[in-house]
Design a protein around this ligand. Structure first.
Ligand code: TRP
Length: 345
């Protein structure tokens, strides 16, 4: 699909403080992609309200997540950084997609089933339609590459199905209006690898998660050096010393996780970590891990604190991002209006 220019789009919900799993699993990758791609990063606040949110907390979280993006290295001068609700075309295109996507497609989404739980009758309609809004996010900018976690793969497949069905259903109109043969690209997921999958510090078989009831399960990007040290020292381990080769981590999920975190923070392969620490006990290794974690995270935490002290500055960055995003979004939506038959606005 050479007709489409490469463009990265991704987003995170402003429902919680970002943690080390978000950082190593997603952010680091997003930041790096700015060197090679045209990138758009979104704080998806419309998605956040598919579950109940306290309005004051939501407003604070939007700024906090935006601050985290910037502190981690998303550069608003190079990438477009904005919050979704400021660009009304997201909701508008999502409506069109609600009329393209089929009930059967959405009924298959496993994340809805998990999030709605047993009381499905009582779930928000928006929670069910969530994936069509996600498709609108990406396709509004004709995004071609979407870095996401494994759990979003199904939503990306649905996005492709929607793009394809729109292209097919409106093929004649697309051609008539001079948009060529296909209007939307079929975006590719860039699955953020298992190499950087960060697990809970309390249970190496579970993902590090915002919803874990124990704050000791995760390292938040807002944690100071003391909190990081405490959490690492309390992290679950096993009684054996560290192995000197990766094969020795099999069946030792907690050891595997801590070695993986250390490797990711230093940006070296785990083999190199094991070559250094093989035979060491966990108290030695944990001290080294605390040093590396604090080294890497302290500048981010500091920058987040600095940014958070000036909410007006963050709001200005988001407003400028929304302005740039709107320029692209308005063009796409104007074309969609004509293609569907509404005529231009
Ligand atoms: N659904 C994604 C998640 O929960 C967030 C998201 C919304 C997103 N829109 C997106 C991710 C578009 C990538 C592209 O992780």
């Amino acid at each position: 699909m050479t007709q489409f220019k490469d463009r990265v789009f991704s987003g995170m919900q402003p429902t919680h403080t970002l943690h080390l799993g978000n950082y190593l699993g997603a952010m680091v990758n997003w930041v790096r992609m700015q060197d090679t791609h045209d990138c758009i990063y979104c704080v998806v606040d419309l998605h956040a309200i598919t579950m109940p949110q306290d309005p004051k907390a939501l407003a604070a979280n939007i700024r906090e997540v935006a601050a985290a993006y910037i502190a981690c290295g998303i550069d608003p001068a190079r990438s477009i950084l904005f919050n979704q609700s400021r660009v009304h075309e997201h909701a508008e295109l999502a409506w069109v997609f609600n009329c393209v996507a089929r009930m059967g497609w959405l009924n298959r989404m496993t994340q809805f089933k998990e999030k709605a739980g047993k009381d499905r009758e009582n779930a928000a309609v928006g929670l069910f339609a969530y994936p069509t809004l996600m498709a609108a996010d990406i396709l509004l900018y004709k995004g071609t590459h979407v870095p996401v976690g494994e759990d979003q793969k199904q939503h990306l497949e649905l996005t492709r199905d929607i793009a394809q069905k729109f292209n097919n259903d409106f093929a004649a109109s697309i051609a008539e209006h001079g948009f060529g043969e296909t209007f939307f690209p079929l975006p590719e997921p860039m699955i953020q690898g298992p190499a950087t999958r960060v697990m809970s510090l309390r249970d190496g078989t579970k993902k590090m998660s915002k919803s874990d009831p124990s704050d000791y399960a995760r390292i938040n990007l807002t944690d100071d050096a003391d909190a990081i040290a405490q959490k690492v020292r309390k992290a679950k381990t096993d009684p054996e010393p560290l192995p000197s080769e990766a094969a020795g981590l099999a069946g030792r999920p907690e050891a595997d996780n801590l070695v993986g975190i250390y490797a990711a923070l230093r940006d070296v392969p785990r083999e190199a970590v094991l070559a250094e620490f093989g035979g060491a006990n966990f108290s030695t290794f944990k001290s080294a891990l605390v040093d590396v974690a604090v080294d890497r995270l302290a500048p981010i935490t500091g920058e987040m604190r600095r940014l958070s002290a000036d909410p007006g500055h963050i709001d200005a960055i988001l407003a400028e991002g929304a302005r740039k995003a709107s320029e692209i979004a308005a063009g796409t939506m104007d074309a969609v209006r004509r293609i569907v038959g509404f005529g231009p606005r």
